[in-house]
Design a protein around this ligand. Structure first.
Ligand SMILES: *Cc1c(COP(=O)(O)O)cnc(C)c1O
Length: 408
């Protein structure tokens, strides 16, 4: 009899975003001609930069010729791309070892797969509210313990991240082994400054913990005191893995490409107390479980580092940031309590009259034909909040703001 992995049975059957679709579809059935504006999307909507498209066309042509055909990628990715990444880091004063960069098929893969190389008994800390993948990956890997009545898992440490802390996660009181940090943060749009992030690095050094630093939104940073990389903080190479993605940066959500950095300085411990370089385990995992990312896509990623590519990418980011800024200003003018939207495409705000998230979701949908993301889908502490994103069109964003002006 083949047995199932019981840990997979513990995660919620429906991914929380399906509930949103269900409700939107129910509305559409009743109101087939309504013009719904989606401010809930966590996906980019603008087409790929032209430089990326041209580079991929060229790469396809190379693949069609005997002399330039390529088979498997080198296990960690092609040098042409890794060199560009290293150069980009050097510009912010970060020198990374060449071997520390691993090209992947997007950040989400590594966020989940990292669990393969870490001991089962590690205590994992995540903020609440949180990007749901960190919690689900912890549950599916069997590290979450049991679900308590308050919908929290017994072995997960939830970092306080509420109005009181301005939605900046607070250091845990107890010792934790692995900390997921997302900066700038999804869903709250808030960001840790260098001073704040240093406290996390110092904590990790003091407790022999490691930080899994999700920098999927680093290209949205507009404030000088917000770091683009955790390695801008002294000592971080000893304790942090950094995961980046071209998804939100350059419109790669459908193409799939990103990378993770495993500094050779970063160590974990065996049961005997011996130090183990995590990069070694990651290399071993990669060699056995993946054959890398396609040549064509890696050429596409490389193109965003050319002067023209950079300009196009910046234009994309500015577009989404401008949308977020429009939303942020409108909500503040409406007297709401607003977070994010400055170094992030996400705007997080308190619902009017302290309504529960789902109740306000229904009001937005039925009165204004606007879809937001209820804060509570990201965790208990998100209750009473809502997330809007800057990923809609400019036209849709402006129209949505017109609809709610003076009415919520
Ligand atoms: C979108 C997103 C990702 C996913 O990135 P991919 O590279 O598309 O897998 C990772 N982390 C956060 C916080 C995100 O919002």
């Amino acid at each position: 009899m083949a047995l199932a992995n019981e840990n997979y049975l513990k995660t919620p059957e429906i991914y929380c975003f399906d509930e949103i679709e269900k409700r939107v579809n129910a509305y559409k059935l009743l109101h087939p001609n309504s013009n719904i504006i989606r401010l809930g999307v966590g996906d980019v909507t603008r087409p790929l930069p032209n430089e990326v498209v041209q580079a991929m066309h060229n790469a396809i042509d190379e693949m069609s010729q005997q002399a330039t055909f390529r088979g498997y990628s080198p296990p960690q990715g092609y040098d042409f791309l890794i060199e560009k990444i290293l150069k980009e880091y050097r510009k912010i004063g970060v020198n990374l070892a060449k071997d520390s960069v691993f090209i992947n098929d997007g950040a989400k893969s590594d966020i989940g797969n990292i669990g393969h190389i870490l001991g089962r008994d590690n205590i994992i800390a995540i903020s609440d509210p949180v990007y749901p993948v960190y919690e689900n990956a912890t549950i599916m890997s069997g590290r979450a313990g049991v679900l308590n009545d308050d919908m929290k898992w017994s072995n997960i440490v939830y970092l306080k991240c509420t109005e009181e802390t301005a939605f900046i996660p607070e250091l845990p009181d107890e010792k934790v082994d692995i900390i997921y940090l997302c900066n700038p943060n999804n869903p709250t749009g808030t960001s840790l400054t260098k001073t704040e992030l240093k406290r996390w690095v110092d904590y990790a050094i003091a407790h022999d913990s490691i930080i899994i630093y999700d920098a999927a939104y680093q290209s949205y940073v507009t404030e000088p005191d917000v770091p683009r990389s955790i390695y801008e903080i002294k000592g971080a190479k000893k304790v942090a893995i950094e995961i980046r993605s071209y998804s939100k940066t350059a419109g790669f959500t459908g193409l799939r490409c990103g990378f993770s950095v495993f500094p050779p300085e970063l160590v974990v411990y065996s049961k005997m107390g011996e130090q183990v370089q995590l990069i070694k385990l990651w290399g071993r995992r990669n060699a056995n479980y993946t054959n890398g990312v396609s040549y064509v896509v890696q050429r596409g990623a490389e193109a965003i580092y050319s002067p023209k590519g950079k300009a196009e990418v910046q234009e994309l980011i500015n577009y989404y940031l401008q949308n977020a800024s429009i939303i942020r200003k409108e909500l503040i003018a409406g007297g709401l309590e607003v977070y994010g939207g400055v170094s992030s495409p996400y705007v997080w705000f308190k619902t009017p009259d302290n309504q529960p998230s789902w109740k306000f979701f229904q009001q937005l949908l039925y009165e204004f034909q606007i879809v937001g993301t209820p804060g509570v889908v990201f965790g208990n502490s998100g209750e009473g909040f809502m997330r809007f994103t800057g990923f809609s069109s400019r036209e849709g964003t402006l129209k949505a703001m017109d609809r709610i002006r003076g009415k919520i």
